[in-house]
Design a binder for this molecule. Structure first.
Ligand SMILES: O=C(O)C(=O)C[C@]1(C(=O)O)C=C[C@@H](O)C=C1
Length: 293
């Protein structure tokens, strides 16, 4: 990969996923603010998109990290814990308006609903109310769900309205997410170091599974008056009850205090990963669906 070549951005594909929309919004932002051109490259899984960037096959990856209804995207958190060298360059927050797509307009005919597990979870209440008879089937992305409905009148898929438009499929209902303000945060990750921004993200494991071990780590932030805007645990996969903790720290007012806190944190964690500091871009519905009225 040479520095002269246009930026390549990895994302979960195929064409028409929310991840592609986030990657496009970021590419547009790069063009407008830095006159940089970027091309997108789609991968069959979030893990593969992140790995491609860790191995320098692409410059960046745009991956979902957290949804306002469903919470953390485990493939992203687990990959960032396992791989080395990646830093968060930017966070993007996208509104997510899910649509129910099907070739039938008769709800009572639908026996199967396909989608990405995050999208199925975001519409759980709607599915229970309108399609209680349907079996919910997870797919690798919202767009991967669409192949199942092209010839099956008993199937529906959950995807975006622009995916419906792109693949010429009818929208039965939209939006169907259980909360109107449904949004997903994406991280732009890359190998470059990132030191400026409003938030710093970290992940750590504890040396002992003993009373007070987590408290001791968190006390460092409390005593430096650093607010945590998110804390989340994932199984370490070593043994039952052993966890890795992911935290986002607000750095705005006090980058030097955060620096000091991270130094102190090294002393009471087993492994500490620092993913860098970054700013957040809010993307509006009109920026990601330019072709829809
Ligand atoms: O399947 C897609 O379209 C994706 O981009 C993945 C994904 C996710 O993993 O959270 C992205 C945003 C939405 O929350 C739903 C699904």
């Amino acid at each position: 990969m040479s520095l002269d070549m246009p930026l390549v951005i990895a994302h979960l594909g195929p064409q028409g996923t929310y991840s592609e929309a986030a990657a496009l919004a970021y590419a547009n932002w790069l063009k407008q603010t830095q006159n940089l051109s970027a091309s997108l490259r789609s991968y069959p899984s979030i893990t593969q998109a992140i790995k491609a960037t860790a191995m320098a096959e692409t410059h960046l990856a745009v991956v979902p990290v957290e949804n306002s209804i469903e919470g953390g995207v485990t493939a992203t958190l687990d990959s960032l814990w396992q791989l080395d060298g990646l830093n968060i360059q930017k966070a993007l927050v996208l509104p997510i308006l899910n649509a129910c797509l099907s070739k039938t307009s008769d709800f009572s005919l639908i026996q199967k609903v396909y989608s990405h597990p995050q999208a199925l979870g975001q519409c759980q209440g709607w599915l229970d109310q309108y399609l209680p008879q349907a079996q919910l089937i997870p797919t690798r992305s919202t767009v991967d769900a669409l192949q199942h409905i092209s010839s099956d009148l008993q199937a529906a898929a959950i995807a975006s309205r622009w995916a419906a438009q792109l693949y010429n499929l009818p929208v039965l209902a939209c939006p169907i997410n259980d909360h109107a303000d449904n949004c997903t945060k994406f991280w732009v990750v890359g190998l470059a170091s990132s030191q400026q921004g409003t938030h710093t993200s970290i992940a750590f494991s504890l040396p002992v599974n003993a009373p007070g071990a987590l408290l001791k780590a968190l006390q460092i932030f409390a005593s430096q008056n650093i607010n945590l805007s998110r804390i989340e645990s994932r199984p370490s996969k070593r043994s039952l009850g052993d966890y890795v903790f992911f935290a986002d720290l607000e750095v705005d007012a006090s980058p030097s205090k955060v620096q000091q806190a991270l130094e102190d944190l090294k002393g009471c964690t087993e492994t500490l990963k620092i993913f860098g500091s970054y700013a957040t871009l809010q993307i509006s519905e009109s920026e990601i669906t330019p072709k829809l009225e």
